[in-house]
Design a protein around this ligand. Sequence first.
Ligand code: GDP
Ligand code: MN
Length: 418
Amino acid sequence: MAKFFEYQGKEHFRKAGIPVPEGMMVKTPEEAEGAAAKLAKPVVLKAQVWAGGRGKSGAVKFADSPAEAKQAAAEILGMEVKGLEVKQVLVEEKLDIVQEFYAGVVINSAQEVRGPVLMFSPEGGVDIESVPREKIAMKKVDIIKGLMPYDTLNMVVAMGVRGKILRQVADVVFKLFKLFRELDCRTLEINPLVLTSDNKVVAADCRMAVDDQALFRHPELGIKIGREFLKEPTEFELIGWSFEESDFRGTSYVAEMVPPEEVKKGGYIGFHGIGGGAAMLGMDAVNRVNLKVANFADTSGNPTASKVYRVVKLIMSQPGIEGYLLAGFLMANQEQWHHAHGIVKALREELPKRPGFPVVLLLCGNKEKESQEILQEGLADQNARVEIYDREHVYDSSFIGGRLRALVDEYRKETKTT
Ligand code: GDP
Ligand code: MN
């Protein structure tokens, strides 16, 4: 799921007519000070990370003056919340809260639902899972019929909301669902939706995630990779994603594990697994012999030869790698000759640039015999250290790791004079 920071979600709220506090995102304590001065009132500072429970972990702080805001931002920036480093802080006008509600829409993919479920609770500000079922109004929304304004009015009334704020609260819930649909979200939550002492209903928080499969419809969201990523994608990862974006046959998952400067220090290999289980055994092989992976790559689900070719080219483009491992540690339920063809083509282009380069290829599964022939024949004339293995070593991570290590050591002796 493509996740968004609170400040980004709130921008969408604002455009959709859902009231949000006045505020701005900052990256330094000085900017926080400036933001607080501009707002000219007491502020709340909130860590911008893809994690909830910030209130409890000290990642939400209050400040009465710009100097205090600077101090609070200094404490929040660089903090770790659920393993995520805080690099951005949202500085907002502090709301005088009278009551906290919860409003949210999620996709429930269970067989009986398979669609959006709208929820509202008068007990917001806490983890919604901890709220008793009878305190949550839920509505499965038929996406053909859609939602009517009276639907949200009924939900909110059923939860005891009365008086002047009734229409405001129902209106926010209605607009929330509309926005959820417009952006093809999987999750869109306001927790808490607050009632302030001057009788305003304001979204004090926002959790938003958009369906990866729908991102192509939303170039305006600026999401570069429609996949779970904890950080900004690197150039390497963007290239990897371009293979996926243009071709949905099989998958190629590519991630850069360490920056190129680190790879040049030595001990890194280009890593290529075929499927998750095989990749785990492959990592085991590498770990056993004290080598490290410069990248993670996985081509599986019956990818085309062209897709495999692109991935191998990308792996081999990394400066400083000391070997290449194809970790096909499973009897793959796909025809492996597509892999064989893609690998041969890429390596025939790349190996002449790296004389003596270590290459260990383990490939088994359907069309194994043919695949082995393609690899053997295609790489026989290469001036490189190529070893090719089949099902005889299918789970043998210590053997494969050992061979890789031996070839890397030989290669080092040859290439390094020190
Ligand atoms: P989360 O804990 O990560 O979900 O972060 P929230 O944005 O929901 O903030 C946590 C809690 O901080 C909220 O439930 C509120 O009780 C409190 N809080 C957040 N913003 C304000 C504010 O403007 N004024 C006051 N008084 N409390 C706030
Ligand atoms: Mn919250």
